[in-house]
Design a protein around this ligand. Structure first.
Ligand code: SAH
Length: 220
């Protein structure tokens, strides 16, 4: 899998992608990343990537041309690949675990990260294959959404997770505890004992599974 991030802030990605599971997937050559800056595809001296909105209103809009050229660059001479171009947008479909699994089957993902007041709508209509939102809140740019989706997708690439880490995807998320079995904290003058649920301590696997089922949440 190859992931191309189209962003005017390429430095925003590096520290996250250099840690933990994503890092290991990269080291195992299961995934590789490229950073494509729309500024490098401008034709004026000032490298302008934005313009004021037609019809008025606050803020600036990302221009279609540098983004179209960035996407064309990402896709060039790669006809045999299964590629998907994704625009991050508040009007997009809400991203879910099901999308993460679906996207993990492509050879190349191209993520367009908006900034300012958003991206010229011609990108959504004619250049991107789909629009995704990561939730109903406004972020300052598409970089965090692109990282969120990348992380969730990389976890689905065969071999990216060790066996131990794949539990949540298979069985859903459930509460977990580790030692000590009893932890004492002070609550004002009193002490309280915080205990690990009995069902998890007695080694009865049927009971443990039932407890986890009851308190857990299945992923799609
Ligand atoms: N005024 C714009 C919001 C701009 S936010 C509007 O009302 O649509 C700037 C950019 O950040 C967006 O273009 C999008 O690429 C990204 N973004 C912000 N929040 C997001 C979210 N929750 N999910 C996906 N992308 C988001």
């Amino acid at each position: 899998m190859k992931i191309d991030f189209i962003s005017i802030f390429p430095d925003a990605f590096t520290s996250y992608l250099d840690e933990s599971i994503v890092r290991r997937a990269r080291e195992k050559k299961l995934v590789s990343f490229r950073f494509i800056n729309p500024r490098d595809f401008t034709s004026d001296a000032h490298k302008t990537v934005d313009g004021s909105p037609y019809g008025g209103g606050p803020g600036m809009v990302m221009r279609v041309e540098p983004i179209a050229k960035s996407v064309a660059y990402a896709l060039r001479a790669r006809k045999k690949e299964r590629a998907r171009v994704i625009l991050f947008s508040l009007r997009g479909k809400k991203f879910s675990q099901r999308d993460a699994r679906r996207l993990s089957r492509y050879d190349r993902l191209i993520f367009i990260c908006g900034r300012y007041e958003g991206v010229d709508e011609r990108v959504a209509k004619h250049i991107a294959d789909e629009e995704l939102s990561i939730g109903d809140y406004v972020l300052s740019g598409g970089e965090l959404p692109a990282l969120v989706v990348s992380d969730a997708v990389v976890r689905h690439i065969p071999g990216a997770l060790g066996k131990k880490n794949s539990l949540e995807e298979r069985k859903g998320s459930y509460p977990v505890y580790t030692r000590p079995p009893v932890f004492e904290i002070r609550a004002g003058k009193r002490k309280r004992k915080l205990r690990v649920p009995e069902a998890l301590l007695n080694g009865n696997h049927a009971e443990i599974n039932a407890w986890r089922e009851k308190h857990g949440r299945k992923m799609e």
